[in-house]
Write a new protein. Structure first.
Length: 126
């Protein structure tokens, strides 16, 4: 196993338990190795990099996914939940999403806030 995969596996299991297995089950038959690649690159080579705290990486990710629009809804939900585990407050998440109204537009910001509310409700129910 590569060092980046090992780091990525530990971090992905901490923040999104079962993600690699879910990706493998969903996409493994048509894209062999996709799940491992996501863990290695996204978590091992990106989120685990030095130089920027994990919580700040999540702020940037949430902002980008919000600005990209509604087609990123599933990824936004996963990253808002990950951001909460990395120490982001609900207010910080709400503010970074709302800031994206300037760049992605009001509809994308409102859609992002709705996704955040879903994640927060799941936290409260869980």
């Amino acid at each position: 196993m590569s060092d980046s995969y090992t780091r990525g596996k530990a971090l992905s299991e901490q923040l999104n338990p079962g993600m690699e297995a879910a990706l493998e089950a969903r996409y493994g038959a048509i894209v062999p190795g996709l799940a491992r690649s996501v863990v290695d690159f996204s978590y091992g080579q990106q989120y685990a990099r030095p130089g920027l705290p994990l919580r700040d990486r999540y702020l940037a990710t949430i902002a980008a996914l919000t600005a990209l629009g509604g087609q990123t809804r599933p990824q936004l939900k996963i990253n808002i939940a990950g951001g909460r585990k990395a120490g982001l407050s609900r207010e910080e998440i709400g503010e970074v999403i709302w800031q994206m109204a300037l760049y992605g537009g009001f509809p994308d910001a409102i859609n992002g806030l709705n996704v955040a509310l879903e994640v927060f409700e799941e936290e409260d129910d869980g």
